[in-house]
Design a protein around this ligand. Structure first.
Ligand code: XBP
Ligand code: MG
Length: 260
């Protein structure tokens, strides 16, 4: 019999904890392109297409090879990508430091409740580790870095989402099985990754992901909900709740637990 008590929550960051893509990462990429004299501007629509590929360095290479082509790029573009990406990370963390991106509804509330109830917390994301620490620090305060037992991020695994490797890494680091955890995601690539690692997954959609295929999700919501801002259920069973709290998580976990 597997141990199926709920022990930990594993959060994706971009799009799940905060709406970082359109007004955060996208702006920072464009600032880096300007800084390096690269004749690219990723508008809101184009960026939606670029989100097909996770990881900033991978996304720039995908843009050059599959979307905008490399005609106007410096000859050494491929070698320049890591440096360009470091500049993008600097712009992005500066944006976060300026308070540009708040957490999504219900995220802080749920984290606080989970901690109070003894659930363990982790992060599994493709974004650069500095971006995660900057977001946590500037939204929840410096102490928040200690609340997350594992921050699995960026190049720590070679294969980014949709591969399950980043979740496998987080589970291994916590010595937990997937049956003991729940994952929080916002995108198709995200749920492919969490499901590849065997995790029951809750989805909160955003403007870029609302039409994604979330087959197999335990529940699909517009956000986690607050007392004065109930969530909308797009798929799945909310068991009569109007916000995601530990009680609802226990019900979802029990509903999706596999005992073998
Ligand atoms: C997030 C991403 C990230 C960010 C950029 O995907 O795709 O690549 O857009 O971050 P997910 P970096 O939410 O599925 O983890 O530029 O630091 O790579
Ligand atoms: Mg995401």
């Amino acid at each position: 019999m597997k141990n199926t008590t709920l022990k930990a929550l594993i959060f994706d960051v971009d799009g799940t904890m905060a709406d970082t893509e359109r007004d955060g990462h996208r702006i920072a990429f464009n600032a880096a392109f300007d800084e390096y004299g690269i004749d690219w501007h990723w508008d809101v629509e184009l960026y939606g297409k670029l989100l097909a590929v996770t990881g900033g360095k991978e996304r720039m290479r995908y843009c050059a090879s599959d979307l905008l082509g490399s005609d106007n790029l410096p000859e050494n573009f491929d070698e320049l990508v890591p440096e360009l990406h470091a500049a993008k990370t600097r712009h992005y963390t500066e944006l976060l430091a300026g308070g540009a991106i708040p957490l999504r509804p219900g995220v802080e509330r749920l984290i606080n409740e989970a901690l109070a109830k003894g659930l363990r917390l982790a992060v599994a994301t493709t974004t650069t580790p500095e971006n995660v620490t900057a977001l946590l620090r500037h939204t929840l305060g410096n102490d928040a870095l200690k609340w997350f037992e594992v921050i699995a991020a960026g190049d720590i695994v070679p294969a980014k989402k949709p591969a399950g490797d980043i979740y496998d890494y987080a589970l291994k680091a916590m010595s937990l099985s997937p049956e003991q955890c729940l994952a929080f995601e916002d995108s198709r690539n995200g749920i492919l990754s969490s499901q590849a690692a065997g995790l029951t997954t809750l989805i909160t959609i955003n403007d870029y992901t609302r039409n994604d295929d979330f087959s197999g999700a335990a529940i699909v919501l517009n956000h986690l909900g607050e007392a004065d801002q109930p969530f909308n259920v797009l798929a799945g069973n909310a068991h009569g709740h109007s916000l995601v709290d530990c009680e609802l998580l226990a019900k979802i976990h029990a509903e999706h637990s596999v005992t073998a």
